[in-house]
Design a protein around this ligand. Structure first.
Ligand code: PRX
Length: 676
């Protein structure tokens, strides 16, 4: 099978710098191989050692990992540390403050949207705030197992709230604050959240966003759909917006409903800074995080306490070779899995000092990232290829203004990194001194699954290299046969690791159908992959109907359904087209209802419609009029053909199954050259 987009790019290897190897946790490739072997052959011994770093109120009773990955043998399940009792929040905060004496260490340097807004938060302070928030949530009626929706920007209160949930055993469901009211409503309803935590507003670059208004719209939509599970809305006043820019209350005119809304600032001062953690079972849920699904409805990926703790802490420690004097910065938003695992849980479990960044890369100037690195003397920096490509466009000047000599390791995540971006990152940002760890993983995997270790793994630009400890990848062909040696096909995993998702919230059947049904015995990633002659893994991208825009997965079905919700559209088909900065972008074909005219106004309306239904990340770049869509005789849309039209590939191959080949000619003649 040839996976679209895969190509042999470059075989040159980049060896780890010796300086880095001296004190590294995994100092060379042999050490990696030995540890890997142990993790596969003696998983109990391996993970027990990892677990011994943490606090367990009660130890586990049986094997560390128990599972069934084979649908033909019964329900799919994964259990880690069964029988044990622990608390995530205790392990990432109290353990650091009390047992390790790190109360004075900075947990986060919060850096606001504007460089004038910043704040250092120590582990001791963080614990105090989290305890207050825990008491507040309890006072509002939140109990163990309840779901709490969090719709907050990248402010410290976001971390306080998620850790407070973890402390009292509530299940957080964080919704990225760029999602629309409709998307927020859908997520609140799916997991029947009892509380919503939001903020009045936030600046994203120059743009002021009235978050509370969007949150209210979402709650109103929930009520309309007769499923008003949210009883209270806790609202944070964005402090930075008040101190420097003057009071923005007038601009926002925050809507307020005294029966439902609770003002964070008023109540946080009235609750105690002490809160006993709730001791949870190892397999109790920690959080739900929604990710796009190919049917259109997002899936609530469920992660549980103990396994996620072990896995995010270990991957963070090894993949970024964490050292006590590090200042680490992951530029993701906590609304995505990267932020959950590698801003909050993984770094805090290691007692790390991190930058928590609210801003965007180009505000107030295009050197902002590099300025922040200089300001905090960042040593480990983790970002997405789309950000690298965006910043590359501005050339060397904005980079050279700043001192980047503190950097030791660079990381990327979210999509395949193209060689040009890799080299720029390595040479210009890392000054050839810093290994680039290309980490492949998913919301579902909880943490890195294919990744280099910076002091151990020789790098090949564009390859996520080898499996992390405990992870056993393999490549299958269409018939489910395992391929040996150099091969190309479906990337699957043969066994679980502690951090893998446990189910789709409220829908075990969908969980099994999506990830385990196609190839019994394996977890199917949905990505195509190639293994080269040296055993390196190269991710080729999605082989389902998902499109990766700027490192975020979008479901074509979801975008199509928001297009067809418009009164003028009879049918829509969405495919991906390569994009210089975003990696991929959305190219939409719309067939209009009789007597509707395709014009600029309609295109704008359709774009707005998708933004409102899903959020700005899903805004289509191209919308083309399609008087007819290429369909097989049985009525199935041939997406391959649409993809080729979008990319202007004239050689369309075999079209014999098309019901009406003339459709293709028409579509080619009306192709969009430039973005709408
Ligand atoms: O297609 C792969 C791509 O992102 C997908 C997972 O998306 P999401 O669940 O939103 O999580 C993104 C952050 C972990 C994968 O199925 N992907 C992620 N990392 C890489 C990648 N593709 C290539 N290389 C990567 N390093």
């Amino acid at each position: 099978m040839v996976v679209p987009g895969s190509q042999h790019i470059e075989d040159k290897m980049y060896h780890p710098p010796e300086g880095l190897q001296k004190d590294a946790h995994v100092p060379d490739f042999n050490c990696y191989l030995e540890l890997y072997k142990k993790s596969i052959e003696e998983p109990d011994v391996f993970w027990k050692e990892v677990a011994s770093d943490f606090y367990w109120k009660k130890p586990p009773t049986g094997h560390i990992l128990q599972y069934n990955f084979d649908v033909t043998k019964g329900n799919i399940y994964v259990k880690c540390m069964e029988g044990a009792k622990t608390n995530m929040c205790y392990n990432v905060l109290d353990r650091n403050v009390k047992d390790k004496n790190l109360g004075e260490r900075v947990a986060f340097y919060w850096e606001g949207n504007s460089p004038d807004h910043h704040e250092a938060i120590t582990y001791g302070q963080l614990l105090g705030q989290v305890c207050r928030c825990s008491n507040l949530l309890k006072q509002m009626g939140v109990r163990k197992g309840d779901r709490v929706a969090i719709y907050l920007p990248m402010i410290p209160e976001l971390v306080y709230t998620m850790l407070a949930c973890a402390r009292i055993g509530a299940v957080h469901s964080i919704v990225f604050a760029g999602f629309s009211a409709e998307s927020l409503c859908e997520r609140i309803m799916d997991s029947q959240c009892s509380i919503l935590v939001t903020a009045d507003g936030v600046y994203r670059g120059e743009k002021l966003i009235n978050l509370k208004q969007i949150a209210d719209e979402a709650l109103e939509k929930c009520r309309e759909k007769a499923s008003a599970t949210v009883t209270k809305c806790l609202v944070v006043k964005h402090h930075a917006l008040r101190t420097q820019n003057g009071d923005i209350s007038n601009k926002l005119q925050t809507p307020w409903d005294a029966a439902c809304d609770v003002c964070w600032d008023e109540v946080m001062g009235q609750v105690s800074e002490q809160c006993e953690p709730e001791w949870l079972d190892a397999e109790d849920p920690l959080f739900i995080l929604y990710t796009s699904g190919s049917t259109g409805k997002p899936k609530g990926v469920l992660h549980t306490v103990a396994g996620y703790l072990l896995y995010t802490s270990l991957t963070f420690k090894y993949v970024f070779d964490h050292q006590p004097d590090d200042v680490y910065w992951c530029t993701a938003d906590i609304g995505w899995i990267t932020g959950h695992s590698y801003i909050t849980y993984g770094p805090l479990a290691n007692g790390a000092t991190s930058v928590l960044f609210e801003g965007i890369p180009v505000h107030p100037h295009v050197g902002r990232f590099w300025e922040v690195i200089e300001k905090y003397r960042v040593t480990k920096f983790y970002t997405a290829p789309t950000a690298i490509r965006l910043l590359m466009k501005y050339g060397l000047d904005p980079v050279q203004k700043y001192d980047l000599s503190s950097l030791r390791i660079l990381g990327t995540v979210g999509e395949p990194i193209n060689p040009e971006a890799w080299h720029w990152y390595h040479e210009v940002i890392g000054q050839k001194r810093c290994p680039v760890v290309d980490t492949f993983w998913q919301t579902e995997t909880g943490g890195h699954v294919l990744t280099p270790l910076p002091a151990a793994t020789p790098l090949k630009p564009g390859s996520a290299t080898f499996p992390f400890f405990g992870v056993e990848p393999t490549i299958l062909n269409e018939h489910g046969e395992e391929l040996e040696g150099e091969a190309e096909g479906y990337l699957v995993f043969r066994r679980p690791w502690p951090g893998i998702m446990r189910t789709v919230y409220g829908n075990q059947e969908r969980f099994e159908n999506t990830y385990f049904k196609k190839f019994p015995g394996f977890y199917v990633t949905g990505d195509g992959c190639r293994r080269d002659k040296d055993g390196y893994y190269w991710i080729a991208g999605r082989i389902d109907d998902m499109i990766n825009v700027s490192g975020h997965l979008l479901s074509t079905a979801e975008v199509e359904s928001s297009l067809t919700d418009h009164g003028a559209v009879a049918e829509a088909a969405v495919v991906s087209r390569p994009h210089k900065v975003k990696g991929e972008c959305l190219y939409c074909f719309v067939t209009l209802k009789d007597c509707r005219e395709f014009n600029r106004t309609l295109v704008d309306e359709l774009k707005r419609q998708v933004r409102e239904k899903i959020g700005p990340i899903a805004t289509p770049d191209f919308i083309q009029n399609a008087p007819g869509l290429p369909k097989t005789r049985s009525g199935k849309i041939m997406r391959r053909v649409l993809r080729q039209i979008a990319r202007n590939e004239k050689d369309l191959g075999d079209l014999s199954t098309l019901a009406d080949p003339k459709v293709v000619e028409v579509l080619f003649s009306q192709r969009c050259e430039t973005a709408a």
